[in-house]
Write a protein that binds this ligand. Sequence first.
Ligand SMILES: Nc1nc2c(c(=O)[nH]1)N[C@H]1C(S)=C(S)[C@@H](COP(=O)(O)OP(=O)(O)OC[C@H]3O[C@@H](n4cnc5c(=O)[nH]c(N)nc54)[C@H](O)[C@@H]3O)O[C@H]1N2
Ligand SMILES: Nc1nc2c(c(=O)[nH]1)N[C@H]1C(S)=C(S)[C@@H](COP(=O)(O)OP(=O)(O)OC[C@H]3O[C@@H](n4cnc5c(=O)[nH]c(N)nc54)[C@H](O)[C@@H]3O)O[C@H]1N2
Ligand SMILES: [Mo]
Length: 665
Amino acid sequence: MTTTLPTACPLDCPDGCSLTATVGDDGRLVALDGDHRNPFTAGFVCAKVRGFGRHLDGDDRIATPLLRTGPKGAGQFTPIGWDEALDRVAEGLADVRARHGGEAILPLCYGGSNGALSHDCVDARLFRRLGAARLARTVCAAPSGRAAQGLYGKMPGVALPDYAHASLIVLWGANPSVSGTHLVPVLRRARANGATLVVVDPRRTPLAKQADLHLPVRPGTDLPLALALGAALLERGHADLEFLAAHGTGLDRYRERARAWSLSRAAEVCGLELAAIEELLARYVAASPAVVRCGWGPERNRNGGSAIAAILALPALAGKFGVRAGGYTMSNSRALALHSERAIAEPEPATVEINMNQVGRVLLEQPARVHALFVYDSNPLATLPHQRAVQQGLARDDLFTVVFEQVMTDTARWADVVLPATTFLEHDELRTSYGALAVQRARPVMRPRGEARSNLEVFTALCDRMGLSRPDDPRGVEALTAIILEDSALPEVARAGLEAADLGTLAGGVQFVDVFPGTADRRVHLCPDALDRECDGGLYHYRELQHDGDAPLTLISPAVSQRTSSTFGQLDRRAAAVHVNPEDAEARSLREGDRVRVFNAQGEVHCRVSIDADVRPGVAVLAKGLWSHHTDNGATANALAPDTLADLGGGATFNDARVQIERRA
Ligand SMILES: Nc1nc2c(c(=O)[nH]1)N[C@H]1C(S)=C(S)[C@@H](COP(=O)(O)OP(=O)(O)OC[C@H]3O[C@@H](n4cnc5c(=O)[nH]c(N)nc54)[C@H](O)[C@@H]3O)O[C@H]1N2
Ligand SMILES: Nc1nc2c(c(=O)[nH]1)N[C@H]1C(S)=C(S)[C@@H](COP(=O)(O)OP(=O)(O)OC[C@H]3O[C@@H](n4cnc5c(=O)[nH]c(N)nc54)[C@H](O)[C@@H]3O)O[C@H]1N2
Ligand SMILES: [Mo]
């Protein structure tokens, strides 16, 4: 006998699928499929989620709490009971706090694949009450979030299903074929209705191959491209001055910054054909509804914040708002945000802040700042820049490290105590997606595997053990869910859906008709002061990264279909390859499948090479989210990625990595 139950995908992806789980009487997961409750899911799911059973019940799943028995990093552990594990963690944290102060404890969590019950909930209560250091969660979406906030106050974007009505779609540094696959059939429908597709991406992605126009921009140069388009709109009389007068501010300042960028200068800096930029401009001017789907590719470099701002300014300049499917989409996370300070029940202390992108550097070079590291909802050894520093930091004998995880990740191997976590099939979750307009409640569909416990249970237990709980603290799934829903500013229709059927959806609005900027004056700010002050050299100031002769290739590390960031990396044992253009391969006498060394002053990766005409010359590609078993020396793209920061939001600059490649003997 089997039972089929509703659930919802929590993974870091714009789509927010509604799922059905078919579970056997023995608790086995028989099937996990997409259903139609969230219409955007459209009855299908990606292969990763369909195969979730291999993550749930695979060999790498952590069954019990574990205590380190061998040297750090050796992966030698002995199972212990929860009582002992919680005692050890509580004692370890209390000891560090007593000797070095609360700020010497660093919670390390990104939480992209977590909802409102497993992230920024009782975990935050614990760390705030401990007076722990605060982590700036900058590894993703920090520059784009700042830009979208500054220009539009995070106005909700064009809803992804509305793309079917567009006549021009620009995918700008977004690759929905892997990173949000439910947009793909919508694009197909739009094109069947006559829409034109343009892709701006250094790689010929699957959709770039089908596109009417592909601009293989040099990584990190979206800023000059977007500014040149903006300047040309203004200079050639294509700007919608009436719209800008009614709904915009900052035009003069924008114009002043953009005017230095002619289309031909941009062509040179961006490594593009002038004719291709002219064609993009002409198509954009002519089409309505025209929508820009801005992805996260353009933000992961030193110019990332200004680049996103310049891209998002285009629909305002060109007057593309005001019609269904006209405008832009970045993140829709603000449309159905879930958050409650009352649920945390402790104000955020003004303790020291550590930028997530520089955790390695801090652990290694300023060891006195962090004596206890508590990792959860994150796999830093696989996902943070400057991997060698992260690893050497984790190797510190004086660092007390707790890793709370579902599976034995590269990071967990360095822990002193490992705590086994439940997955979304085994715990309660409350989740909103950042693309599709859906908010969902997922209830457990099976009993936890082994001894696994949810974040909620574990952080509550730690608060109790450390004497940090208070009688009036909200506790437990029901109380916390009720408070979070009460405090979150959900539109009534979404709230009603959630209450009736665990799923609230929202129809997409028309930008500047039904939805407006969240800025104080409800206008678009083309050059907001706050961003201007934050950027070194001012907003829209382009910073060229000098190519050092020893490392002439730009290494980018985009998302791939096998993983969500590093999640599921244990399931794919195939060796990774660095992809390079035939021209760059020939210049280095590389043949398909050769063993190579990809290196720069910071680190090196030993892997295979794949010769790939879909990668533009001058660029090398090594996938995001690799684990140590994917390469010959255990290092990944993150060993080569710098821990310098983007111009806005302290964001990551993974794609500023510069490398050389040579054949290994
Ligand atoms: N399967 C899968 N899905 C995912 C994820 C995953 O890892 N795997 N990750 C999730 C997360 S955390 C996120 S943030 C989103 C990301 O979603 P996307 O933004 O769609 O994905 P990315 O791979 O980060 O980048 C998109 C594209 O940007 C290109 N790119 C790189 N540098 C530049 C540049 O300088 N300019 C331009 N124009 N393009 C550039 C890359 O070649 C890539 O094709 O996806 C989410 N969905
Ligand atoms: N080189 C390179 N690196 C990158 C990027 C890049 O473009 N290039 N992109 C960056 C981006 S966009 C992002 S978002 C980050 C993501 O980086 P991370 O936040 O580290 O994301 P994941 O690798 O998915 O790790 C999440 C971990 O949390 C665990 N987990 C899931 N649910 C729970 C739970 O309920 N409880 C507990 N305790 N654990 C749980 C999962 O098993 C998984 O190991 O990576 C960044 N890293
Ligand atoms: Mo991300």
